[in-house]
Design a protein around this ligand. Structure first.
Ligand code: DGL
Length: 272
């Protein structure tokens, strides 16, 4: 196990993702915790993680944590659903400081929200194959009926900005038809990119289905953890710093739609 010296409230929060998508999680974190300094790492050279093997996702995730540790972070948020679903338990065993993923917070809220226990999960291929969301939902409610569907094309659609047109609608109808026969009442958006497609997903599933955004739930959990452990930083405005492993220009251009704020202070880094 790799340990770090005593954790202090003034240290930054580290956040990593396979690329741009984790900015939806960072956005919620900044909204809820405006006084915190945050360091975001987007592994844009190796995105997407969602189509890779568990071994590769674990290796990339460990390298991301090691990079963020250089900044003396007090906590790491694994914003990437794919990394959270596959690598989080390994990361938590290997490193002796708080590392939070997005799976548990999203699953908990889905279980609380669903009246019928019929819950749909959407995610990348790797996330759905891992069964992590379904497993966690079933530990909280063994009678839940989980239907999980991989929706890989949602990632490029969100990055292209094609989120409200006919193309998005057709893709959503095709992916989500599997939920219709299962009468789900709750759908968990288990991927960083899917909040951008909330409108079309809601339209296809109908108003009666509640959408759960893992990003929002994770930010709440991080706040609770910091407040509960005396690690919150009591300042007015925190600083943000961005690191990417490739193509900072694209990250800034596309990322602003995910982050809904300007992205400045960005550097390209190599993780090896
Ligand atoms: N960030 C990933 C996730 O949330 C989506 C993009 C990828 O496949 O790397 O699962």
């Amino acid at each position: 196990m790799i340990s770090i010296p005593a954790i202090k409230p003034n240290r930054p929060i580290g956040v990593f993702d396979s690329g741009i998508g984790g900015l939806t999680v960072l956005k919620e974190l900044v909204d809820l915790l405006p006084g915190e300094d945050m360091i975001y790492l987007g592994d844009t050279a190796r995105v997407p993680y969602g189509a890779r093997s568990p071994e590769t996702i674990i290796r990339y995730s460990e390298e991301n944590v090691l990079f963020l540790m250089n900044f003396g972070v007090k906590l790491i948020v694994v914003a990437c659903n794919t990394s959270s679903a596959i690598a989080l338990p390994k990361l938590q065993r290997k490193f002796s400081f708080p590392i939070l993923g997005v799976v548990e917070a999203g699953a908990r809220t889905a279980v609380k929200t669903s009246r019928s226990g019929r819950i749909g999960v959407l995610g990348t291929e790797a996330t759905i194959r891992s069964g992590a969301y379904a497993k966690y939902i079933l530990t909280l409610n063994p009678r839940a009926r989980v239907t999980a569907i991989p929706c890989p094309l949602f990632v490029p659609l969100a990055e292209e900005g094609w989120v409200g047109d006919r193309v998005a609608k057709l893709v959503a109808e095709r992916y989500l038809q599997g939920f219709k026969s299962r009468s789900i009442d709750t759908a968990l958006l288990g991927c960083t990119h899917y909040p951008l497609l909330k409108g079309v997903i809601q339209e296809v599933l109908g108003r009666k289905v509640q959408l759960i955004d893992s990003a929002v739930e994770t930010a709440r959990e991080v706040k609770e953890l910091l407040d509960g452990t005396g690690l919150a930083r009591e300042k007015d405005s925190g600083r943000l710093r961005f690191y990417v492993t490739d193509n900072p220009d694209k990250f800034m251009r596309v990322g602003e739609r995910f982050f809904r704020r300007p992205i400045t202070k960005i550097s390209k880094v190599s993780l090896r």
